[in-house]
Design a protein around this ligand. Structure first.
Ligand SMILES: [Zn+2]
Length: 187
């Protein structure tokens, strides 16, 4: 699945040799748009409270009826760690803050998806589903999870959340070099 027109100027795309690889690129004079591929980036939250993890039950496809951790797709002009705070609040009404990045999943398909999982600290609020994307929300123990319809990938993430031996990548709030507009996470 490809695109035929430039996403910058609307001119037709044509196959061009870009550093040794044939890619669809803009045919217009002075436009440098190259269609590198189809990508999406997801973010997910692992919010713990008293050894229980915050889960939601999806009310929409894909995965309708399954329990997952809260999350969503990133926005064009929003830092990913702001996106995940917002997603948690929107889906569950819970306030949480980012502790670090603890897992990355790579899924190269016709839309190449990268998913970034954040460990988050519970700040406040009682879980309340948004009623649109999710129809239930709550904190659950490992025992409770056994009898719930939890997605396989979510089970893997919960294991990461509960059994990680280090903090993962944490935000560098005072970087050595001032880099405006960057979200910086490091070991
Ligand atoms: Zn163009």
């Amino acid at each position: 699945m490809g695109i035929n027109y430039c996403m910058t100027c609307g001119a037709p795309l044509a196959l061009r040799d870009i550093d040794g690889t044939m890619r669809m690129a803009c045919s217009a004079e002075g436009c440098s748009f190259v269609h590198w591929g189809n990508y999406s980036i997801g973010v997910g939250a692992l919010v713990l409270r008293d050894d229980k993890v915050l889960l939601v039950r999806r009310a929409q496809e894909p995965g309708k009826g399954y329990w997952t951790n809260p999350g969503g797709y990133i926005e064009q002009l929003e830092l990913i760690h702001d996106s995940i705070v917002r997603e948690v609040k929107e889906e569950t009404a819970v306030d949480a803050e980012v502790r670090g990045i603890v897992a990355v999943r790579d899924l190269p398909r016709n839309i190449h998806n990268v998913y970034i999982a954040f460990a988050m600290d519970y700040v406040g609020g009682e879980p309340e589903p948004d009623g649109i994307e999710v129809d239930r929300a709550g904190f659950f123990s490992m025992e409770e999870l056994e009898s719930m319809n939890v997605a396989g990938f979510t089970r893997w993430l919960i294991d990461v959340a509960l059994r990680s031996k280090n903090e993962g990548l944490t935000e560098d709030k005072e970087p050595l070099v001032q880099l405006d507009g960057h979200g910086l996470f490091r070991v």
